[in-house]
Design a protein around this ligand. Structure first.
Ligand code: ACO
Length: 410
């Protein structure tokens, strides 16, 4: 039998699965707490994918068979987005068509700009982003359609609009006029142009493009999973992406780079690091930008982003921040490296974004400008073999059935 070839854990899961399917679960021979329990679903495989994989012990990140370093060296954000979405590198004409599609869909209407202006500064920029994407969904003609083609069209449209929305949020926060997308520019050039009102150097544009490419997909992380859970109900792509944005906002996920930079800047200089970080560790604080659920070695993305932070801060007032970060890394590796705690991608990305000219409140929205492709690609892939997500929780509450006591007698 095929089951004989499976490992103990896999056979156990198979048996449990069969028992559930047949509706045979009965506390007398299968107590609920015997079902495999994994806090935070750590290690649980809940879907199959051809999009990418992470080797957390060797420090590899692969998109559709290509190592991330080779994509950073040779590819662009648009080309990598095509690869993630369609499974292979495009030909020249396929890439031109895809890029044109993105450009055609990159504008947002006046009402959306108005909403962004009205809510600017009321709460975190990620809340503005969540609201803007959700708002666009309310006037999409496809919003209620659940067929694959409509979901794909919605996904491409959101990818295309993401830089426009995030740049608009930046300008609204700073009380500046909005700048509409320029169809002669690439995805990243347009994002920079709409954000700053001018074109940045080739070097800065290339670095930001690579950073967007590096963050585009990363397994079934919290925001990707949140988005997949929503799409698995056959809800629409706008709702799924809004869920992804909501999850990315949290400081344990996308919000870490903003906090990491604030922490590095508040420490101020390399010589203050041992005392400041030592104190934080004593009080069991998590050091933002360190540790990862999957990587137990140096995050390969962090290695690359560190070189960008180095390049961008040379000869600038941010150099001291970079040097302080280097000292924090050395100190943390000495203290926690043996536990598999190393810098993650968020540790140096804040310094690089700041050196480009973005303020910390924009860091997580920039992450979304990149990760949008991973969300859409994984949502679409999941739809091709959809099964609604429905894990269970282990009940550890009262075991006795109680009699109801009327409120006046409690
Ligand atoms: N600072 C200090 N100690 C840490 C850190 C940290 N950043 N991360 C983990 N540890 C400690 C844990 O407390 C644990 O200690 P213990 O053995 O005494 O209990 C030990 O190291 C092992 O931790 P893990 O179980 O490997 O961590 P887990 O997988 O639960 O958490 C997480 C991963 C949430 C990313 C965590 O490392 C963290 O909170 N980091 C800071 C936030 C951050 O940088 N998030 C960005 C992640 S990357 C991304 O989302 C793009």
């Amino acid at each position: 039998m095929q089951e004989e070839k499976l490992t103990d854990t896999a056979s156990r899961l198979l048996v449990i699965n069969l028992i559930f399917r047949e509706g045979m679960l009965n506390r007398s021979y299968m107590p609920e707490n015997e079902v495999n329990f994994s806090r935070g679903l750590e290690g649980v495989i809940a879907s199959q994918t051809k999009i990418g994989y992470i080797d957390g012990l060797k420090g590899h990140l692969v998109y559709r068979g290509y190592e991330i370093n080779s994509l950073v060296e040779n590819s662009t954000y648009e080309e990598t987005a095509y690869l993630l979405l369609y499974g292979r590198l495009p030909t020249r004409s396929e890439l031109d068509d895809f890029t044109s599609k993105l450009k055609e869909r990159s504008s947002i209407n006046k009402e959306t700009y108005d909403v962004i202006r009205r809510i600017a500064g009321l709460s975190h920029t990620m809340s503005s982003l969540r609201t803007a994407v959700s708002y666009i969904g309310t006037h999409s003609k496809l919003g209620d359609k659940t067929d694959y083609e409509s979901q794909e069209e919605m996904g491409i449209s959101i990818i295309a609009k993401m830089p426009t929305i995030v740049a608009a949020i930046k300008r609204a926060v700073n009380n500046e006029d909005f700048i509409e997308p320029d169809p002669s520019l690439s995805y990243t050039e347009n994002f920079l142009y709409q954000s700053f009102g001018e074109r940045k150097s080739k070097e800065v544009t290339r670095i930001l493009d690579s950073m967007l490419l590096l963050h585009a997909d990363h397994g079934m992380n919290a925001s990707t999973f949140a988005s997949m859970v929503v799409i698995s109900t056959l809800s629409d792509m706008y709702s799924a992406i809004t869920a992804g944005i909501s999850a990315l906002k949290g400081p344990l996920h996308g919000g870490a780079n903003e906090r990491a930079l604030k922490m590095i800047m508040s420490i101020g200089s390399p010589e203050k690091v041992p005392e400041a970080i030592g104190r934080m560790l004593e009080s069991k604080e998590k050091i933002m930008g360190f540790g990862h659920r999957v990587y137990k070695v140096y995050d390969p993305r962090a290695k690359i982003v560190k070189t960008y932070a180095d390049q961008l801060t040379k000869g600038t007032p941010l150099r001291k921040v970079y040097e302080t970060a280097i000292k924090i890394e050395d100190y943390m590796i000495e203290r926690l490296g043996s536990k598999g705690i190393f810098p993650n991608v968020d540790f140096y990305s804040g310094i690089a974004y700041k050196a480009i000219g973005f303020e910390p409140e924009l860091f997580t929205p920039i992450f979304a400008v990149s990760r949008i492709t991973g969300w859409v690609a994984r949502d679409l892939e999941y739809l091709t073999n959809n099964r609604i997500f429905r894990p269970r929780s282990e009940y550890i509450g009262e075991s006795e059935i109680k009699s109801y006591i009327p409120i006046e007698r409690r």
